[in-house]
Design a protein around this ligand. Structure first.
Ligand SMILES: [Zn+2]
Length: 570
């Protein structure tokens, strides 16, 4: 591969440009526009300036784009996705080409019809005639675009573009930080999202001092006061467990059920042997990273899905809904995402987080969580004369851990089974420190587990003397089930909407916490919905585009269902 081809491929694959061209080892064109407009602009400019044969790259090359490329006599054309019609045109013109995926027709994403540009050049073989025709069509589409809202298919196209764009922001949070949000880079995405919401027409969109992005989609139904205000939330940060810098997303179209090589050199392979759920989505389109970073679907997919649902609802005034609130939050991954969230001011009655994984996930149960920190004070003395006097804090620490049931650890539990997890142990003869986290879905068993931490402490003090061991038990969060059970409409509506869309609801307990759990106890009941992503927090993270589209439909469906429910009740 030449240096130019290499440069073009890297640029397109990284998402830094949707169209580019390279000559003499550097980029001559680099455009980020959507649709064929960017190519028309570049082709006209190149016909005037002529740099000689260049290596060109474009995200998607159909027959229309291929005809335009022949006008600038490229050295080569690379595309992430290329149609067979485009290949015929390039082959006939003697132009080298390559692509990651081949498709037969360029359709709009929902497959409801052909791409308008492809339809425009059907039957046209002369490149100049194609150029004129495409200019006309793109002009009339953009005139129309100013007057009318985008079609469903166009909105869905934006879904993937949006997500890919968000993954270019490094928004990793930091558990050791003392600031809020924990990292300043999260604010860069916050402002970008605010601008986008404003651009969509949500006039009250804002970013507050803590980095919370919030906005309102006004109601369009008949009696909005009768419809509860519902909210959709997603978090902007990515996990500190893996790098989120320089994410290079790649679309694998029509997944064939085999291994997906993320990085051949480092032998990073996303394999159904390790992740059998991949096979549930054979034939669908995956987005993966390159094996060096996480993808960031957790939770940028949630953001892209909410944003696209908002865009869809704005474009479809016939879909009636009540007031919808939107919020994008920082620092979920470091457990403080909603610490400063002002629930009364936000003004929603119910909410959903879009932060689950597999298609259909509907989560409203999570752990009750606490931490228990033991401090052990020993008595150090020369070991030769220590009999009856020395208290070795480190040894007592070891004894303490042995008092906890050995089969109630994360390693030996699943589903609804709770555990004690030893997170750290440190000590010398004089002083030792032991830290546990305690988890249980069941409130009663949770309380028992906490009592057990106290009992352990009492037992050791009885043995070694008062104040040898102290324990500090602190609750972290609770199972939202208790709150949601008082507000089952949230689960019923989501389940109903999914079933109508042909999605089997997958209700499972979360073995962790969610921002929604915290919010539920702050007065905003908030179960968690799927985004379609998998293998979060690491380089094997992937997401299925078709599941993302379903998530958008679920959001739209929920918005609609709350309004129609209230209408029938009234
Ligand atoms: Zn998440």
């Amino acid at each position: 591969m030449t240096e130019g081809e290499q440069l073009v491929q890297t640029t397109i694959r990284s998402g830094d440009a949707t169209l580019c061209a390279a000559g003499d080892g550097k980029l001559v064109y680099r455009l980020t526009g959507r649709g064929i407009g960017a190519l028309v602009t570049a082709v006209e400019k190149e016909r005037a300036d002529s740099h000689g044969p260049l290596d060109w790259g474009d995200k998607l090359v159909g027959r229309a784009a291929a005809l335009l490329f022949t006008l600038v006599r490229p050295r080569s054309v690379f595309a992430l996705t290329m149609s067979t019609g485009a290949q015929d045109v390039l082959r006939a013109a003697g132009i080298l080409f390559g692509c990651d995926a081949v498709i037969v027709d360029v359709l709009n994403r929902t497959g409801t019809g052909p791409c308008p540009m492809e339809a425009a050049v059907s039957g046209i073989d002369d490149p100049l005639a194609a150029l004129e025709k495409l200019k006309q069509v793109s002009q009339s589409l953009s005139d129309a675009g100013r007057k009318r809202a985008p079609e469903k298919g166009e909105s869905m196209n934006n879904l993937v573009d949006r997500f890919l764009h968000y993954t270019s922001f490094d928004t990793q949070s930091d558990e050791h930080s003392v600031t809020f949000p924990s990292t300043e880079k999260q604010l860069v995405l916050a402002h970008e999202l605010d601008t986008e919401l404003q651009g969509l027409g949500l006039k009250d969109s804002s970013v507050d001092a803590n980095g919370y992005v919030s906005a309102t989609l006004p109601a369009n139904c008949e009696s909005p006061d009768a419809v509860p205000v519902i909210a959709f939330l997603a978090h902007m940060d990515t996990s500190p467990d893996a790098s989120g810098m320089g994410v290079k997303p790649r679309i694998v179209t029509a997944y064939d059920g085999k291994d997906i090589v993320l990085d051949a050199e480092k032998n990073m392979v996303l394999s159904p042997a390790d992740f059998p759920d991949m096979l549930l989505h054979k034939g669908e389109d995956f987005i993966v990273a390159d094996g060096t970073t996480l993808l960031g679907a957790d939770d940028k997919a949630g953001i892209a899905e909410i944003m696209t649902a908002v865009e869809y609802l704005l474009a479809h005034p016939e879909v009636k809904h009540g007031t919808i609130k939107i919020a994008f939050t920082p620092d979920e991954e470091v457990g403080q995402g909603v610490d400063r969230f002002d629930v009364p001011k936000f003004g929603a009655k119910y909410a959903y987080t879009l932060d689950g994984d597999e298609l259909g996930s509907l989560e409203y149960e999570n752990f009750n969580a606490a931490s228990a920190e033991f401090e052990i004070t020993g008595k150090s003395i020369h070991p030769g004369t220590a009999k009856g006097i020395m208290k070795n804090a480190a040894l007592i620490a070891a004894e303490l851990t042995a008092l906890f049931p050995s089969d109630e650890t994360p390693r030996s539990t699943e589903k609804y089974e709770g555990f004690f997890h030893l997170t750290s142990i440190n000590g010398v003869c004089e002083k030792a420190e032991v830290k546990y986290i305690i988890r249980d879905h069941d409130k009663h068993r949770f309380e028992q587990r906490k009592s057990m931490a106290h009992a352990t402490c009492d037992f050791l003090n009885a043995k070694y003397g008062e104040d040898t061991v102290t324990v500090h038990v602190r609750d972290s969060y609770y199972n939202m089930r208790e709150v949601i059970e008082q507000n089952m409409i949230l689960v019923d509506v989501a389940r109903d909407v999914m079933e109508k869309l042909g999605i089997a609801p997958l209700v499972k307990p979360v073995r962790g916490g969610t921002d929604g759990a915290r919010l539920s106890y702050m007065g905003l009941p908030c179960p968690n919905l799927f985004t379609g992503g998998r293998n979060y927090h690491g380089p094997f993270e992937y997401i299925v585009i078709q599941s993302m589209e379903k998530a958008v439909q679920v959001i739209v469906g929920i918005a609609e269902a709350f309004a129609s429910r209230s209408a029938t009740v009234a």
